[in-house]
Ligand binder design. Structure first.
Ligand code: ATP
Ligand code: MG
Length: 390
């Protein structure tokens, strides 16, 4: 298995200090799938203070990022790795939070608390792969299966219901039958999970390569997250998912067809707890998504009002044909907003215009420039303003 030198260096630093340590979770799974791991996790016998001492002695910077859960983040030559003490979760309260975590001395127990078999693999460069739950055959077969009894595991932590769909969508795995049945049966428990956690999983889910079939088969789960989708007729679902899978894997673009399909888009949008910027972008997509912005003046207006990032997003949603016009506006520095107009309010005041008439005149002049009826040139604009005042 390929692994980053820096992560292997940390493993050996822990072991030289006398603590067993393994690479675990997503990095082992992805490496076995032949994909570059997005990040590395280490599980170790060392508790956070001991891990910190051993890693610092080996030249790593160590940050106490999750001491209560046994986690520190170690950085070596620019690579950040989460280093977590072997632990077992205590009894779960409220379907989400273990009442306490208990540190344990055995890797075995740590692996058994993990959500899915393909996520419960550990690897050590000398000792090889540790697979207690049949994770490797499942991974080879492309099957997502809970570790242990699916109903019990989803009851412990309902976020796993959505994580199952996320991994199925992103990895392109099928969900094993018993796990799939439990996903449907335990979907309602997602209501007790923090919105931010749901949102983080949902954004990854919609960008997965198999988002369309997964969301189609588990629309009931999706509707727990976005209640406005609960009553969607089948034909509309199919059209919505087809649209979704035709869009590039950008979370905002892919949420658009779902919100458009929702009976309560604004409530569902707010439930996603996105940043204010992301919410504004989605509101723009919802307002203008179905009104093609295809002429140069339309694109100039859009760019002037919404800025480059949002304009690009909307034009991409609309198929991208108008993107060359956007590039042209940017490259040629075409005037798209009042701040780019070659004439300012002060000059209009000089002509004797007052109060709201100044703003009206500027808007009028900007409109003419954008329509291509007037050059963005100070003399021409002054001349037009004089005529406008007559
Ligand atoms: P990604 O590639 O998205 O980072 P990942 O598998 O690394 O995928 P993380 O959310 O980073 O996913 O979690 C790291 C590991 O921790 C998982 O592989 C899994 O073993 C374990 N894990 C994470 N969340 C849970 C959970 N809710 N219940 C049980 N185990 C979990
Ligand atoms: Mg991870």
């Amino acid at each position: 298995m390929e692994a980053a030198q820096e992560a292997l260096y940390m493993l050996s630093a822990l072991e030289q200090a006398g603590y067993e340590a393994y690479l675990v979770g997503g990095c082992v799974r992805d490496a076995l799938l032949g994909q570059p791991p997005k990040d590395y996790d280490i599980a170790t016998q060392a508790r956070p203070p001991q891990a910190t001492e051993a890693l610092e002695a080996a030249g790593c910077r160590v940050h106490p990022t999750g001491i209560a859960h046994g986690t520190v983040t170690a950085v070596y030559r620019g690579l950040a790795v989460e280093v977590t003490a072997y632990r077992r979760d205590g009894e779960y309260l409220d379907h989400r939070h273990p009442s306490q975590v208990r540190f344990v001395s055995q890797l075995q127990e740590d692996l058994l608390r993990r959500d899915f078999t393909c996520n419960a693999l550990a690897f050590h460069p000398d000792r090889g792969l540790v697979d207690l739950v049949g994770g490797l055959p499942d991974l080879r077969a492309g099957l997502l299966r809970c570790v242990g009894d699916p109903m019990a595991r989803f009851e412990e932590d309902a976020l796993r219901v959505l994580r199952a769909l996320r991994f199925a969508s992103v990895l392109g795995f099928a969900i094993e039958a018993e796990t799939a049945a439990a996903v449907h049966q335990r979907a309602a428990l997602l209501q007790s999970v923090a919105r931010e956690r749901i949102s983080a999983e949902l954004l990854k889910l919609v960008c997965g390569k198999r988002a369309e079939p997964v969301l189609g088969a588990f629309w009931d789960v999706l509707a727990v997250c976005l209640p406005g989708l609960a009553e969607t007729p089948d034909a509309q679902k199919a059209a919505c998912l087809e649209r979704l899978s035709s869009l590039p894997p950008d979370p905002l673009l892919r949420l658009y067809p779902l919100l458009r399909c929702s009976a309560s888009p604004e409530e569902d949008l707010r439930a996603l707890r996105l940043s204010a910027r992301q919410q504004e972008s989605l509101r723009l997509l919802l307002a203008l998504g179905e009104q093609p912005q295809s002429s140069l003046p339309q694109v100039r207006r859009l760019l002037g009002k919404q800025g480059e990032e949002r304009a690009r997003l909307l034009l991409t949603l609309q198929g991208g044909q108008a993107l060359p016009l956007l590039e042209r506006c940017l490259q040629e520095g075409l005037c798209c907003s009042l701040s780019q107009l070659a004439l300012g309010g002060r000059e209009l005041l000089g002509l004797g215009l007052q109060g709201p008439r100044v703003g009206e005149a500027l808007d009028g002049l900007l409109g003419l420039v954008i329509e291509g009826k007037l050059p963005n040139d100070r003399a021409a604009l002054l001349e037009a303003a004089r005529r406008w005042m007559e």
